[in-house]
Design a protein around this ligand. Structure first.
Ligand code: HEM
Length: 451
């Protein structure tokens, strides 16, 4: 018999509407709806959004799902189905069970801190080229600028110099692919309905696959040691000493072309926006960059010497986590540490945007305050009060790369420019595939010193 005390810790969310439940409120304002539920109903909330859905807003429960009992909480079939694999790449992101474990063990060394640091030059050169185009007083769309930069960086990191000739076609294809994925996830129309974006997407995928296949063939034929991410993937070995097939490598490259830039672009946009709004924090941030790096190009040796920059980035990803939510499906009934019993088949919402604003762990949660990320402050919080990169066996494999890229880009900008928000804009987050500022962020750039 079920112990009723265990289900007591689950709060029923708002009543919603007949038949459609909470769906209209959720679709109308996802962030607002989930935040209101968390503030009103507690740490485990049952929502009426299709199948039984639970919003978890308790770090211990989140840890349980991601780390302590992950086998019971699979990824959504939307992601892992044949269709999901076609959209997001049949690679690490969408594989499950033993296949995921095997793939992850083989790919992990490629993403070790020391290995990804070997790509730092690509990033500093990329940001250097971007900043060389910036002139005093110029107005620009921060999101577009950052997205362009990180797209070029991931293509160069993956394909090295071979990408140079194909860069315009690849950037175009990657952008179309991103737009199509959003179309599929957010459009009210079914995917099979003919659409112009669908047609462009098929062309884009053909372009990406052709270029990646050619790059693989070039690497296989070449005897010299090339050190781009693609070469590292080609050399990576499973435990039994075998390597990936060309098809597997292509799938992983396609996956990394999806996962490896948009989130960083959003993090850079939000952090730069927040700095433009908080002059005292920006002054401390600039002072650290000036003292540690001065006017020379930043390098990986500077990364550990920029603790305040790290705190600013962490606090920015607390308020505006690029991955704002992800979903798991309970395979069997399970009891969470909070005492809540989750029925089999339930959908679990792990929402960074809501959890990372919990006033119990982040007092005055809307305030931008990097001091929340001093070593002492971090130790005082449960681990999963803050999880921008997820956790457990499926924690983001690109975390070191993302932090390195974000640090080098933010430091390079700070060396030369300060950004000022163009007046008359209200910046609000829009929860799409990633969390982005609705309508963009227009800024003006002003030189801090001659670069
Ligand atoms: C600020 C930047 C980034 C954020 C916030 C972020 C966030 C995340 C999160 C939350 C997950 C876990 C999703 C889940 O468990 O369902 C994830 C997984 C993943 N990320 Fe990232 N990511 C970032 C950058 C990157 C980069 C730069 C790469 C690659 C170069 C990357 C590659 C991946 C891959 C392949 C996975 C799937 C890992 C697996 O399932 O084993 N990410 N990321």
């Amino acid at each position: 018999m079920r112990d009723s005390s265990k289900t007591r810790s689950i709060a029923r969310g708002p009543a919603g509407y007949p038949l459609v439940g909470n769906l209209p409120e959720f679709l109308y304002d996802k962030l607002g709806f989930l935040s209101r539920c968390a503030a009103t109903y507690g740490d485990v909330i049952k929502l009426r959004i299709g199948e039984p859905t639970f919003l978890l807003n308790n770090p211990d429960d989140i840890k349980h799902v991601l780390v302590l009992n992950p086998d019971n909480y699979g990824k959504s079939p939307r992601m892992t189905s044949a269709r999901g694999k076609k959209l997001s790449g049949a690679g690490l992101l969408t594989s499950v069970g033993p296949e995921h474990l095997r793939q992850r063990r083989m790919m992990q060394p490629v993403f070790y801190r020391k290995t990804v640091e070997s790509f730092s030059r690509i990033i500093t050169e990329g940001v250097g080229e971007m900043l060389a185009r910036w002139v005093e007083g110029m107005e620009l769309d921060l999101g577009c600028e950052m997205m362009g930069l990180v797209q070029r960086n991931i293509v160069k990191t993956l394909l090295g110099a071979d990408a140079d000739n194909d860069m315009p076609a690849l950037l175009d294809a990657i952008t179309i692919r991103r737009l199509y994925m959003e179309h599929v996830f957010f459009s009210p129309f079914p995917e099979w309905m003919p659409s112009r974006i669908g047609w462009r997407y098929r062309q884009a995928m053909h372009c990406i696959e052709t270029i990646v296949t050619r790059a693989i063939q070039t690497r296989r034929a070449r005897s010299t040691d090339t050190r781009d991410l693609l070469s590292l993937l080609l050399c990576a070995k499973y435990d039994d000493g075998t390597a990936m097939t060309d098809q597997q490598v292509r799938d992983e490259v396609v996956t990394l072309l999806v996962t490896g830039y948009e989130t960083i672009g959003e993090a850079l946009t939000w952090t730069s926006y927040l700095l433009s709004q908080h002059p005292a924090i920006a002054a401390k941030f600039f002072a650290e960059v000036d003292e540690v790096i001065g006017a020379r190009p930043p390098g990986v040796e500077d990364l550990p010497k920029l603790p305040y920059l790290g705190m600013v980035l962490a606090e920015s990803m607390r308020l505006y986590p690029p991955t704002w939510i992800f979903i798991r499906i309970a395979q069997a009934e399970d009891t969470l540490p909070s005492g809540a019993t989750i029925p089999a088949g339930s959908k679990i919402y792990l929402c960074q945007y809501v959890m990372q604003r919990h006033p119990r762990y982040f007092p005055d949660p809307e305030r931008f305050d990097p001091e929340r990320f001093t070593e002492t402050a971090k130790k005082e919080r449960p681990q999963f009060a803050y999880f921008p990169f997820g956790g457990g066996a499926r924690v983001c494999i690109g975390e070191h790369f993302a932090k390195m890229e974000a640090t080098l880009v933010l430091a390079s900008i700070a060396q030369r420019f300060r950004l000022s928000l163009v007046p008359g804009q209200t910046i609000v987050p829009e929860p799409k595939m990633t969390l982005r500022p609705r309508g963009g962020v227009r800024v003006q750039v002003f030189r801090r010193r001659q670069g």
